[in-house]
Design a protein around this ligand. Structure first.
Ligand SMILES: [Zn+2]
Length: 472
């Protein structure tokens, strides 16, 4: 839980006693605030009273005693008409906010070195998948990652913050309407299409809510915006004019003067001086469909951005690097010694190990509780991919592999891996945790698999491929 700061010894009215309201009440109390809870359903009030919360009739209460009204995102703020609690709060000059705003203020109140990184994701479609995938990527990169917001746990129910933590938050338009202080380090706006218009008073209100996610972004922050609909395009144009953050427009259907886009299945990079044709995605059998073109564009953008940021100076002589003169080359050249630097790709094997009946799944310490994945590791210099697969199985779980078969690969831009997927049959034995990199390892029957990595990841594809091939 994240104890809320800024309301010490003050009383906050909490309306709506679903999961969000109760979590916020606990977090407010943990931070030293007092609360007054109410819900129109008597069963909800009784449950809150049973947990020891003060239940106060907000219809009859004296609103001058409240410092704020914490509104659950399910309660109408403006349309079709403001809820009666909102009207009472406004009449008494009491501010109305949501749980994401309480989180934002708590982050902002912390000293700079204790503030976590925040990645916020919104859009009409695909935000849960994207949030889960980004959370998985951050955890795979070894970051202490918490995923929540509109999915899973409400943000205040997540583990408390520290300077090295990353919060990956899915935010709905209802939550954004109640948020004004959040300052995400990175924002992903995927798309906008008409949705929840009754609650936002029409399309303009809905777009205005989505736009609030960019409200406090400034210099050094990053915005990634899918620009395949007119509304997102408009937002992208407006915040580009404001010109304070790094903006990466992503498209799966149109050419752009600046950004990364896929057109007729070909991926183009227009982030530098010239447009560079990067890859023919139509030939990539593992990436069918337009949404995967957008994924490929985003993955490419993330890798090139990282490479650009980390190669500003020559590793050989220390002088500044400049883009290569040849537009066909994605390279940086040292002005002093001519040393050329290309984007780095680090091969990494990932292996679905089975024994003919069961699958071997492992859990790294930084995985979310209960989630298992596959044995994986970086290829050493001088090693073949197959050697790497066998070495990782031996080092991490003490298993010898009988057959090793290549299945497919996936770029993994965190920051620059190429995941090379294998299926392998192990000699019968129990796994042993040998090098201390893993927290758990075990054999699982194909019809009794634990929580798995998200769809879109090669780990999930390999697990599903092998699970389908094993006898039931
Ligand atoms: Zn040099």
């Amino acid at each position: 839980m994240i104890p809320v700061r800024g309301f010490e010894d003050k009383t906050v009215a909490v309306f709506g006693l679903g999961r969000t309201g109760l979590t916020a009440a606990r977090a407010l109390i943990a931070g030293g605030a007092k609360v007054a809870l109410w819900d129109e359903k008597s069963a909800s009030r009784e449950a809150a009273a049973a947990e020891g919360f003060p239940v106060v009739d907000l219809q009859a209460a004296d609103w001058s005693q409240f410092a704020a009204l914490m509104l659950s995102p399910g309660v109408p703020l403006t349309h079709p008409k403001p809820h009666w609690t909102v009207e009472k709060a406004r009449a008494a000059g009491v501010e109305v906010l949501g749980d994401v705003e309480l989180f934002a203020r708590t982050v902002n109140a912390a000293p700079a070195h204790k503030r976590p990184k925040i990645i916020a994701i919104t859009g009409t479609n695909g935000k849960s998948t994207t949030t889960a995938l980004i959370g998985h990527l951050c955890a795979s990169a070894g970051r202490d990652t918490r995923v929540g917001g509109n999915i899973g746990l409400g943000v205040l129910g997540l583990e408390d913050m520290h300077g090295g933590a990353v919060y990956v938050l899915e935010l709905s338009s209802y939550q954004l309407d109640l948020t004004s202080s959040l300052k995400p380090d990175a924002v992903v706006l995927l798309n906008i299409s008409p949705d929840h218009l009754d609650r936002h008073g029409g399309m303009d209100g809905y777009i205005a809510a989505k736009r609030r996610i960019f409200l406090n972004q400034g210099k050094g922050d990053t915005a990634i915006i899918g620009v395949d609909d007119a509304w997102c395009q408009q937002i992208c144009t407006e915040i580009t004019a404001a010109n304070r953050r790094t903006i990466w427009p992503i498209s799966a259907g149109k050419a752009m003067g600046r950004g990364v886009y896929a057109l007729q299945g070909v991926l183009y990079d227009a982030t530098g001086e010239r447009v560079v044709e990067v890859a023919d995605i139509l030939r990539a059998r593992s990436l069918p469909g337009r949404h995967n073109w957008q994924n490929a564009a985003a993955a490419y953008a993330a890798q090139v951005l990282h490479w650009d940021r980390t190669n500003r100076f020559c590793g050989a002589c220390g002088r500044p690097t400049v883009p290569a003169a040849d537009p066909a080359k994605r390279a940086k050249v040292c002005e002093g010694c001519g040393h050329e630097v290309y984007p780095r790709v680090s091969p990494c094997t990932i292996t679905a190990i089975h024994d003919g009946a069961r699958m071997l799944l492992v859990r790294a310490p930084h995985f979310p509780p209960g989630r298992f994945g596959l044995v994986a590791g970086f290829v050493d210099p001088g090693e073949s991919l197959e050697d790497c697969v066998r070495r990782e199985a031996r080092e991490e779980v003490g298993l010898e592999l009988a057959e090793v078969t290549y299945l497919g690969s996936q770029p993994w831009p965190f920051p620059h891996q190429l995941m090379v997927g294998f299926v392998a049959r192990a000699e019968p034995a129990e796994p042993r945790l040998l090098d201390g990199e893993l927290a758990e390892a075990g054999w699982f029957a194909p019809d009794a698999l634990p929580q798995l990595p998200p769809r879109l990841s090669i780990a999930r594809a390999l697990i599903e491929h092998v699970a389908a091939s094993l006898p039931r």
